[in-house]
Ligand binder design. Sequence first.
Ligand SMILES: [Zn+2]
Length: 214
Amino acid sequence: MSATQAALFDEPITAPKSKRPVFSIFTDITCGEACWHAKEEICRCSCGGKNHGVLLENGAEQPIRNAKIDGHRYTLAAVGKRRDIAAQAATLNGAQYRSVDRPTFVVDGTTATEEQFQDARAKGDPRAFVNQYHYQWSETDAGAPARLKYATPPQRDKWPELAAFREDNDAALLWQIVDMPAPPAIKMLDKLTGETASAQCPNDRKAEQLARQN
Ligand SMILES: [Zn+2]
């Protein structure tokens, strides 16, 4: 982390903890912006009410935190134990592929032209398929839609959003990118038909797999 980033991460507290009584229903829901700006009296997320309405001061909303990570602008989307917010980061990163290569066509173990592939398909040749490399975003990639960072000890000490994690080494921050990267220009093709695939991002594929199981 550079000095500039450290300064951004350790910016002063913007809002004191709300003194309102909060009734908490503990759930697996990730503690995030909805909780920090919540006005209702019941907290339904994993912080157990500690962060509830923490970014409201006299009813006015405080800005959420910003950070620049590897040159990209992010806002804080959630806090929690790293393993608890990893799925949310994966969903954000699964909204599109990082990149998709041009397809190549294979017939009977040999590289073929698209025309040769289509001919083989038309004849019902089962040895014809599309080969296409594609790459997913990871929470450690520069410019990824979502980044995960462990909370530093000064952050755990000072940030109102981290009130539930003062002593917790697993406390992490989920940062969501402000300007989404452009989706890949090349479309994924169906491996067997060569048509544009119905799944164009990791989340689509996951949904298809779930639908097949049910
Ligand atoms: Zn919460």
